[in-house]
Design a protein around this ligand. Sequence first.
Ligand code: MG
Length: 357
Amino acid sequence: MKITRLRCEAVHIPFPQPIGHGMRGSDCVLAYLETDEGIVGEGFICTLKREFTKVLYEMVKSLEPLVVGLDPKMSGSFNAKAWSSVGFIGVAGASVMGIAAVDCALWDLRGKQAGMNVAHLFGAAATSVPVYASGGLWRSLSIDEVQKQADLHLKRGYRAMKVRIGNDPDDAVARVRAVREVIGPDVALMTDPHQAYGVAEAIRLGRRLEQFNLTWFEEPTSPENHAGEAAIAAALDTPIASGESVYTSRGILAMLQQRSADILMPDLQRMGGPTEFLKAAHVAEAYDTPISPHHLHQMSIALVAALPNAIYLESMPWFDPLYRDELELNAEGRAVVPDRPGWGFAFDNDAINRLKI
Ligand SMILES: [Mg+2]
């Protein structure tokens, strides 16, 4: 089997709810690796803002010469060349996201070539994985609406969920308390203020939140400030989760060396795809540190299934419209790892045609 073409599409996906800082949707760049045997590998990256879409589209497309002619089972040779090929513009930002789109499509293709799910290519350790509902409990909603959404998550079978909070500590405590009231003590609860606090404020708020037995307190402060994150992590009993904003396994290593978080959240897109993500997760394991991948559950589920230090899959509905297959929860509220070849979540090309820009 040989790759004949890297085809890219740009799409816009409206979000089911505004998420609290004015964002109502996201563009994505889809990568299709076409082959001489008709099998197609699928991957994607999100661009969030329309202004970034053209840049990221061109970045992905620029990598086409590295994959055309390649047998998918030699996908490592893409990785061996791609990182030095982007070296001039640096190994962070757009270049890494471009590599991620192609690497995601390559792993899908390898799975389809082997007739195996990507989780099984990696060597899965589980057939189902812990999952939390990440959407729904947005700070754009009133506390009443957030409680209704929390109840909806329970009715859908979730046994873990994340509530978003803002930069008002009293409102933050009220939101966490309100959700805990609805879900009771046995359902896992996480919170994420999206970097809203200074270090001292985050510690003070974190102390007020200790009573709610949170599974983690995510990105409490600027993720650029690893020393500050480390101070917060050292001060609180609640685990600090962070890492979605750093690039490549070296970004994760720097956080581990500075003990800036108790739980690391590598993002498939900012890692540069599954190949580099696995390195990041293994480095975290060497530091006895759990990980929870940042969103993209249609692909991240295979990584969670294969990584013993992965503790939770993030279920975020944003990109569901791209896919034919839905995430399935079992009776224990765990996400079922699909058996279907490739990622096991196939693009819905009719829907994609409607979403194209
Ligand atoms: Mg986050």
